[in-house]
Design a protein around this ligand. Sequence first.
Ligand SMILES: CC(C)(COP(=O)(O)OP(=O)(O)OC[C@H]1O[C@@H](n2cnc3c(N)ncnc32)[C@H](O)[C@@H]1OP(=O)(O)O)[C@@H](O)C(=O)NCCC(=O)NCCS
Length: 159
Amino acid sequence: MNKLQPKTVAESKTEQVQIVLNADINGYGRLFGGKLMQWIDIIAGVVAMRHSNCNVTTAFIDKLQFKAPAHANDVVVLVGKVTYVGTTSMEIRVDTFVEGLDGHKRAINHAYVVMVALDENDKPTPVPPLLLQTEQERAEWEAGQRRCDLRKQRRVDFF
Ligand SMILES: CC(C)(COP(=O)(O)OP(=O)(O)OC[C@H]1O[C@@H](n2cnc3c(N)ncnc32)[C@H](O)[C@@H]1OP(=O)(O)O)[C@@H](O)C(=O)NCCC(=O)NCCS
């Protein structure tokens, strides 16, 4: 197997479903933000592992926007996909929804997570290029490239 053979977005796209349990809610009946962040980190890690076929580590949580709450017993659906890859890093977008009994999905969170692939010595290692197949994937890539440049600039500026 050629480890650096290009891969499509669809090849690593991942969906994860959770039910909000009593242990996941805060004192006023809403899903803990930290619990949702854990689920987001896990799905982003799985997407990155599937794209790179490597162990990965979380380098940066770029955008984490809580748009609406989830409550006890809600069905929470997380969808993760690669939006941009650098040399050893991958940007993963995670969209989180609450799914109603009628199947309608209401968006509650959008996040971008940067994962870095690690070799057997725990050092960053190259990841496969991303094969873009749709207009939406191309638009996400261009936006991901801009976010990557901004992240680099912020690291230089210590901001
Ligand atoms: C992430 C980590 C592996 C990067 O290692 P490093 O020695 O700085 O490696 P490099 O400078 O070669 O960077 C490797 C890649 O990570 C990216 N990167 C590093 N720090 C980053 C940051 N803060 N934000 C976004 N990307 C970052 C680089 O841009 C580079 O990407 P590229 O190869 O696609 O251009 C290292 O900082 C680390 O292990 N951090 C701890 C991660 C961790 O434990 N996470 C779980 C927290 S509980």
